[in-house]
Design a protein around this ligand. Structure first.
Ligand SMILES: [Zn+2]
Ligand SMILES: [Zn+2]
Ligand SMILES: [Zn+2]
Ligand SMILES: [Zn+2]
Length: 311
């Protein structure tokens, strides 16, 4: 029987989602749509592949607006013990989580989870001006509420969401794209990002280079992605590319050896085998005794292995 975990903040069932990890393993996230919280066992969140992030972002986008605020003190999903607030310094900046002291896992709000991976940045005056010309209303990346009373100017501090108190943030397009273009532990290089990722400037419509543009090369318009749903076009472009990515050593060993049969002379193994054969058949060599014994043992082992494989 499958155990459905309950959110210890709102007592409603959590949605269990299986996501892809870096080397194809499954990483499970439990998501609460009422509280916009994600529970990961142990260090699961850092093991998500680009495709895993695509899946998680799609789940987050599909959640309705958060219907309640998260209490300052929460309990562990597994043992119901009190969670401890921890602050981490990642290579992308500071982040925080509520962690079980017995090591069962941690809870994070949507915004903190995105910030931990460096996918978001705080709103600045240039973003505000860009959003104004686009007539795009921002919404809170944490709770999903539309931002009421969008400030005209920013004076010092970053404005916070009036519903959940989270600083207003936007997706950082280049960082998000780079985080997504990773699978099987490898970063994927896109040769023609303007064509392949097809993200258009919201000022002039020209294609942006999503892997590096923070503003449009043509018109200078700032790239501002002020809501969860703003990342959907990128996810739609990136997902099929990621699915087509093969792991570096996709071929099982048997197939690899069979394919080598036709052109075995090019391999390191073949060169070593020939060299050892020469040493063996000439009877004279310039290596010491120990080297010669090692060569002999290796030679016999490889001969037996080749006989077993191809004989
Ligand atoms: Zn909840
Ligand atoms: Zn626990
Ligand atoms: Zn909010
Ligand atoms: Zn433009």
């Amino acid at each position: 029987m499958q155990i459905i975990n309950t959110c210890t903040s709102c007592q409603q069932p959590l949605k269990e989602v299986a996501l892809e990890g870096h080397y194809g393993q499954s990483v499970v996230a439990d998501i609460c749509g009422n509280c916009h919280l994600v529970w990961f066992d142990a260090y699961e969140s850092v093991r998500l592949s680009g495709l895993g992030w695509v899946g998680l972002l799609r789940e987050m986008i599909a959640m309705p607006r958060a219907s309640q605020n998260v209490p300052p003190q929460m309990q562990c999903v597994r043992c119901h013990g009190s969670l401890k607030a921890v602050r981490n310094l990642t290579r992308f900046g500071r982040t925080a989580a509520q962690e079980c002291e017995r090591g069962h896992g941690h809870y994070q709000g949507f915004a903190l989870l995105l910030a931990e991976r460096g996918l978001v940045r705080t709103l600045n005056s240039r973003d505000l001006a860009a959003l104004k010309t686009e007539n795009t209303p921002p919404s809170c990346l944490n709770c999903g509420a539309p931002v009421e009373n969008v400030p005209k100017e920013l004076s010092g501090q970053t404005p916070v969401c009036s519903h959940c108190d989270t600083p207003l943030m936007l997706f950082d397009l280049p960082r998000l794209t780079q985080a997504l273009l990773v699978r099987h532990g490898d970063a994927l290089q896109i040769d023609e990002p303007r064509q392949q990722l097809a993200i258009a400037c919201r000022g002039c419509g020209q294609p942006l280079d999503a892997t590096q543009d923070t503003s449009c090369e043509t018109c200078g318009h700032v790239v501002a992605m002020p809501s969860m749903s703003a990342v959907l076009p990128l996810l739609d472009q990136v997902e099929p590319i990621l699915k087509g990515m093969q792991p570096r050593q996709a071929k099982p060993w048997g197939d690899k050896l069979k394919n080598m049969k036709g052109d075995a002379s090019a391999t390191q193994l073949h060169r070593w085998f020939r060299h050892t054969w020469d040493v063996f058949s000439s009877g004279t060599h310039r290596y010491g005794e120990a080297h010669s014994v090692v060569n002999w043992i290796g030679f016999i082992a490889v001969t037996l292995l080749l006989y077993w494989l191809f004989g």
